[in-house]
Design a binder for this molecule. Structure first.
Ligand SMILES: [Cu+2]
Length: 361
């Protein structure tokens, strides 16, 4: 009897083992089938809204937007609230102040050189102290520095503001020498972006850069797609050495350090195509790992996520995002402010300014 049970047990084990062994295999096969689905002709695939029927990118690079302009010396037009604040600080506060101080010092120097030269002033004054002037030239610079510190610290706080809970996470991973991306909130979509080569550098039939893709050394074969008006949580890291994910039009430059996660957040206000580069010297091909970000409406972003086989974190939010496209920025700014009750006073005007500016659009 005992022999029979052990035989039955052994038989049970024999049947059970292959069955359980098959399960992980089936599970592993499922994501493959999912990712293959959009490419398959037989299944009704969701079209990638960023590509046309032939698979070419629909959005073309526009001169002067999200890319450098020849002979220009100012900052690129900014498309994030923090970027606009920084642009204002640079153009309205710092640059005029530096200009005025430089001209004032230059005039003083010229006056001393001309008025007190030996020929015009044979017996020099022996004055050593002048208390009122000494007080003025100590106090005035202190007041100027205090005046600069207020918007400066406010901007610093805005740049390090953590993303609100409903933010979309983009993980940028630096590699020697290309960027790879993950969307952990969207079913773990993964992208790899390589620089597009020039026509003279590729073999026949290979893809090369056109002006629609973007400027030379900035266009990539795969674009990062992000929604406008929705807070983006940018997380960076690296596989090998330190890189830096930088897009000038977003006022974003965040180091990507191996073994570490760096985080910041931003809100893109205008749809379009924005370019950037690795901004930390990372080796021989450091100059050849560009960044191309395509900002689309939240509805298009949701469709793109579906086309990539991903999921939206909350399907209801995806539906609401479409009709909230115009006023999405305002509630986002509110949640920013609400999520930071412990923030210093400096951040409050920044959040207010962001809300006021975005609703003004
Ligand atoms: Cu790099």
């Amino acid at each position: 009897m005992l022999g029979l049970t052990s035989i039955l047990l052994a038989a049970g084990m024999a049947f059970a083992t292959p069955a359980s062994a098959q399960e992980p295999a089936a599970n592993a096969a499922a994501p493959v089938a999912n990712t293959a689905a959009p490419a398959a002709v037989a299944t009704p695939a969701i079209a990638d809204p960023t590509l046309d029927a032939t698979g070419k990118p629909l959005t073309k690079a526009a001169p002067g937007i999200g890319q450098p302009t020849a002979d220009a010396i100012s900052l690129q037009p900014q498309v994030t609230p923090t970027g606009r604040e920084a642009h204002w600080f640079h153009n309205v506060v710092l640059l005029p102040l530096i200009t005025i101080i430089s001209i004032f010092v230059l005039i003083l120097l010229l006056w001393v050189i001309v008025r007190y030269r030996r020929a015009a002033n044979p017996t020099p004054s022996r004055t050593a102290h002048n208390t009122p002037i000494e007080i003025v030239w100590t106090l005035v610079p202190v007041l100027i520095l205090i005046a600069i510190a207020v918007p400066s610290i406010r901007l610093l706080a805005a740049q390090f503001k953590p993303a609100p809970k409903d933010a979309i996470t983009l993980k940028a991973i630096g590699n020697q020498w290309f960027w790879s991306y993950e969307y952990p909130d969207n079913g773990g979509i993964q992208l790899t972006a390589n620089m597009l080569k020039e026509q003279s550098q590729v073999g026949k039939g290979e893809r090369f850069r056109t002006d629609a893709d973007g400027p030379r050394l900035l266009a990539t074969d795969t674009r990062v797609v992000l929604p406008v008006g929705v807070p983006i949580r940018l997380v960076t890291t690296a596989q090998d050495v330190i890189h830096s994910w930088a897009v000038p039009a977003f006022w974003i430059k965040l180091d990507a350090v191996p073994g570490k996660l760096n985080e910041t957040s931003f809100i893109i206000e205008k749809p379009g195509l924005y370019f950037g580069q690795c901004s930390e010297l990372c080796g021989a091909r450091h100059a050849y790992m560009p960044i191309a970000v395509e900002a689309v409406s939240p509805a298009e972003f949701a469709q793109w996520v579906k086309a990539k086989g991903g999921t939206m974190p909350n399907e209801v939010a995806a539906a609401a995002a479409a009709e909230a496209a115009q006023n999405a920025a305002a509630p986002a700014a509110e949640t920013n402010a609400a999520a930071e009750p412990a923030a210093t006073n400096e951040t409050a005007p920044a959040a207010n300014a962001a809300a006021g500016n975005t609703t003004g659009n």
